[in-house]
Design a protein around this ligand. Structure first.
Ligand code: SF4
Length: 313
């Protein structure tokens, strides 16, 4: 059986004393909430290549190429070791569906590290070397740092993308036939449509073409992995949900339809209702309607711990 959704996280965020100063940066939300949904794999590229703790810090420095070198001992260059390690880590952990990293770290940072230049201005907001090499190997894996994990919109984007990728990876590891492929397309419709209607139409076409199941799976893979990391806006999410709601309008009492429709529309305009509440309301009328396609949507079947993660904490 395919394992539970698995996420890799910087070891220091998981409370391990791996930092250069011997400390950690334990993240409460990671330990108490994320761990209830995902199996966490700890990764510390610096310690995993054999550096001691405590140790002298390293920094990204650009002369010609960007290098990861010691700030005290400038001859200590760990660039190649970290890049090799990152590629190996990506290869050996093919089923991880997300990465949670320490902000600003020259190894783990995501759009938050600094490259110092011997001549000229420093560059801010870049990826650490481990993150950069990992994403070069697996660009479709959703990634977030501990600061953005505190931001509700960023967290919702990350969690939904990671769960959708896990679903795809589970399919890829299974015995794929036309039925399992169709079921995957069906349950991810709302997820895809809330990111891109065009991607949804392309996926529909991929499923209906005359090729073999393997051809259809290859087309699905290409399209789905491109869509996983697209960021949905509230407006797009609401449009996709309203489109789904319309398909069951005839099976609902007008008052119930109008109530949920108004709630989704308000969510789309950035008003009061939070996302899990909207999902729960859509789920209730979906169950009432008995519509099999809508009932199968992955986002309408989130577990309690997932819904808790999608709320303000
Ligand atoms: S930021 Fe990355 S490299 Fe630095 S201690 Fe944490 S896990 Fe290790």
């Amino acid at each position: 059986m395919f394992p539970n959704p698995r996420i890799a996280a910087s070891a220091c965020l998981m409370g391990k004393p791996t930092r250069y100063d011997g400390g950690n940066k334990k993240s409460h939300i990671l330990a108490c909430q994320v761990s209830k949904v995902f199996e966490l794999i700890s990764v510390c590229p610096e310690v995993d290549i054999g550096l001691p703790t405590p140790r002298n810090p390293v920094a990204l420095v650009q002369n010609f190429d960007v290098q990861l070198i010691g700030t005290i001992d400038n001859d200590k260059d760990i660039t190649n070791e970290i890049v090799d390690y990152s590629r190996r880590f990506a290869r050996q952990n093919a089923i991880i569906c997300g990465l949670i990293v320490k902000a600003s770290s020259p190894s783990c940072g995501y759009k938050s590290a600094t490259v110092y230049r011997k001549s000229g201005k420093s560059r801010y907001g870049v990826n650490g070397l481990f993150t950069s090499a990992f994403l070069a190997a697996k660009p479709w894996v959703p990634i977030i740092d501990e600061n953005d994990l505190q931001n509700l919109d960023m967290r919702i984007f990350f969690i939904e993308a990671a769960l959708a990728l896990h679903d795809f990876l589970s399919l890829a590891e299974s015995h794929i036939n036309s039925e399992t492929l169709r079921q995957f397309h069906d349950r991810q419709r709302l997820f895809v449509a809330s990111r891109s209607q065009r991607a949804q139409s392309a996926l529909d076409k991929a499923l209906l073409n005359n090729g073999t199941v393997q051809d259809k799976f290859k087309a699905t893979k290409m399209l789905f992995l491109k869509t996983v990391k697209r960021r949905p806006t509230k407006k797009k999410q609401a449009k996709a949900m309203l489109g789904s709601l319309k398909t069951i309008k005839g099976k609902l009492a007008p008052a119930a339809y109008n109530k949920v429709s108004a709630m989704i529309a308000r969510y789309g305009r950035g008003k009061t209702f939070n996302y899990p509440d909207v999902l729960e309301s859509l789920k209730l009328v979906t169950l009432e309607s008995g519509d099999a396609l809508l009932k199968s949507q992955s986002c309408l079947n989130y577990s309690k711990p997932v819904l808790n993660l999608l709320k303000l904490i």
